[in-house]
Design a protein around this ligand. Structure first.
Ligand SMILES: CC(C)(COP(=O)(O)OP(=O)(O)OC[C@H]1O[C@@H](n2cnc3c(N)ncnc32)[C@H](O)[C@@H]1OP(=O)(O)O)[C@@H](O)C(=O)NCCC(=O)NCCS
Length: 197
């Protein structure tokens, strides 16, 4: 039997498959989110101020989101970042099998509502994603690459105690020039060690 909600009170219960933090939750995108994600992915200065950018059609975006679960290398958003207080979407995160010859998973993240940046939302969202990957997949290492000049991304990874592992020189072309990239990683053992504290 369907339960009835009192009139005028929205259902704030987290959707199935959500990852719950104190300020934000991560939830898998639904088909209804495709338009929002398409709009976000076509805002180069918000989604990739420190990354390369390619315009995608709506149908390509929709198909990529729909088929992401079947493709370990997909760069499509895997979760929406939603504010718990009003369920409004503020960003997105993803993960992908980053190097065909290696067994490692890389993550990416973007807080798209710029007024929500700098409030700890990104840190919490990425922390939830890392916890999810170590608890629900067999990955031994979670990595991230960032333009060396992307202070917010580097700050977030350091704040989550990712280890700096190396640099790739002139590895990323965007905004008319080549950029150096820094590689960060966290091993399963490091992640397990954090849980002990
Ligand atoms: C990177 C990004 C997700 C960070 O999210 P955020 O919600 O603004 O970051 P938070 O408020 O959670 O801050 C996390 C840490 O980063 C630090 N930080 C955040 N912005 C910073 C900035 N502009 N410069 C330096 N450090 C910064 C914070 O001080 C905090 O560290 P602390 O916990 O030691 O205090 C957000 O800036 C963003 O979406 N940027 C555009 C997309 C992008 O560049 N994504 C990364 C490429 S995959």
């Amino acid at each position: 039997m369907a339960t009835r909600r009192p009139k005028g009170r929205p259902d704030r219960s987290p959707p199935r498959g959500s990852l719950l933090g104190s300020q934000v939750l991560l939830r898998p995108p639904t088909p209804e989110d495709s338009r929002l994600l398409y709009d976000w992915l076509n805002q180069p200065e918000k989604v990739s101020p420190w990354d390369r950018f390619e315009v995608e059609s709506f149908s390509t975006t929709e198909a990529a989101i729909h088929h992401a679960s079947e493709d370990a290398a997909s760069l499509a958003p895997r979760f929406l970042v939603v504010l718990r207080k009003d369920q409004s979407p503020i960003g997105m995160v993803g993960y992908y099998h980053s190097y065909p010859a290696l067994d490692t998973t890389d993550i990416w993240y973007s807080i798209m509502v710029t007024s929500e940046r700098g409030k700890g939302r990104g840190r919490e969202a990425v922390g939830l994603l890392v916890d999810y990957l170590f608890s629900h997949t067999r990955t031994e290492r979670v990595g991230a690459t960032s333009d060396e000049e992307n202070a917010a991304s580097v700050g977030l990874l350091r704040s989550l105690r990712f280890q700096e592992e190396g640099h790739l020189r002139q590895a990323l072309f965007h905004h008319g020039r080549w950029h150096n990239v820094v590689i960060y990683g966290k091993t399963r053992r490091e992640w397990e060690g954090e849980a002990d504290h």
